[in-house]
Design a protein around this ligand. Structure first.
Ligand SMILES: NC(=O)c1ccc[n+]([C@@H]2O[C@H](COP(=O)([O-])OP(=O)(O)OC[C@H]3O[C@@H](n4cnc5c(N)ncnc54)[C@H](O)[C@@H]3O)[C@@H](O)[C@H]2O)c1
Length: 330
């Protein structure tokens, strides 16, 4: 089955703006629907090759879905701090917004619907560090993870012979994007190494995290629209202890750039720790497209050129605090 026209919601965001370039390289026609919380600069150099619709997914008309073979649904609140800052909006966008998009996509004859969920659904306040697979019973409690889990059910329940749903539970993503985020663990550690030659590890870095290269994420979305897969898949390249992650980053920076970065372990912060298996998608033949060190070097080379790394646009919660300064439990 050859698919040509793809709607990417949230396409101006961190993952979407990398994915769109990879889709364009493969000859897909692209329509983006994005409210533009972080602007649309990330798509500036490809704006003549795509159709960009600025708007809220909850208000999207049915026309936006017409003629699309697949929808890749990335729009929404995308981390814990923003979801906790505006909890009602988080559920409205991530749950009701997803229902709206799913319904119109299905009614419009979209064949494949790929949803960007998160490994955060596995996180509990009582972590056991057991590696979780897709069959693991989950009971998310915090607003972001709960909204993602509720949205997963909406997407999966809509599936039938002509509407194929795929849910990707992504690990924490790292790597360079035209819409950069420095509020994700690898990117944040690298940014700290760059600005202060030091990485500070909360809870002594004793937390496990499932990680995912942004290029793996983009490849997996394309894999999903080009292959006969459906259902839930964890999208994880590797699980690492944050202290080991910091050691790996230090070793790469020493070897390639002769940088001496120190590591300080402190016992404050929240120990969000979980391990997630990416075996199911790998058993389908999916492979990450590049090595960890390539992603690190690409980001470091970019940091050497980038002058504004403290700008709020790189930190979702700081952007939200600026956009919605008078939040009152909304
Ligand atoms: N980045 C990660 O590590 C990670 C990990 C797991 C899951 N995810 C999920 O993947 C998706 C993309 O993540 P990202 O890192 O690119 O996030 P991002 O915050 O950079 O991008 C999200 C995009 O969605 C748009 N958006 C938000 N609400 C909208 C609305 N109501 N209508 C239309 N557009 C809206 C924003 O403007 C933004 O461009 C999110 O759903 C996120 O929850 C991300």
């Amino acid at each position: 089955m050859i698919m040509r026209k793809i709607l990417v919601t949230g396409g101006s965001g961190y993952i979407g703006s990398v994915l769109i370039r990879r889709l364009l390289e493969k000859g897909y026609g692209i329509r983006v629907l994005d409210i533009g919380f972080f602007g649309h600069e990330s798509l500036h150099d490809v704006k003549d090759k795509i159709e960009l619709v600025e708007g809220d997914i909850r208000l999207a008309g049915k026309d936006i879905f017409k003629g699309m073979s697949a929808v890749i649904h990335l729009a929404g609140f995308s981390n814990d701090p923003t979801a906790e800052y505006r909890p009602k909006e988080n559920f409205s966008v991530n749950v009701d917004g997803t229902r709206h998009v799913v319904n119109f996509a299905k009614e419009s004859g979209v064949e494949k619907f790929v949803f960007g969920s998160s490994c955060s659904v596995y996180y509990t306040t009582n972590p056991d560090n057991m590696e979780k697979n897709e069959d693991h019973f989950i009971t998310p409690t915090v607003p972001y993870a709960l909204s993602k889990h509720m949205a997963e059910d909406i997407v999966l329940d809509a599936g039938d012979a002509s509407f194929i749903p795929v849910v990707f539970r992504k690990g924490t993503v790292y790597g360079l994007s035209p819409r950069m985020r420095y509020d994700l663990v690898v990117n944040a550690l690298l940014k700290d190494a760059f600005t202060s030659k030091k990485m500070i590890l909360h809870q002594g870095g004793r937390m496990w995290r499932p990680l995912l290269d942004i290029e793996s994420a983009a490849s997996a979305y394309i894999y999903a629209i080009e292959h006969d897969i459906s259902g839930i898949f964890n999208l994880v390249d590797s699980n690492v202890l944050v202290s080991d992650l910091a050691d790996r980053i230090c070793a790469i920076l020493k070897e390639i750039y002769n940088e001496d970065i120190s590591i300080e372990k402190i016992d404050v912060g929240v120990a969000r720790s979980y391990r997630v298996s990416g075996d199911k998608l790998r058993q389908h033949g999916f492979r990450p497209p590049r090595e960890f060190r390539k992603a690190i070097c690409e980001m470091w080379d970019d940091l050497l050129k980038r002058g504004d790394i403290h700008h709020e646009k790189y930190y979702n919660i700081r952007t939200f605090e600026k956009l919605f300064p008078n939040h009152s439990n909304n």
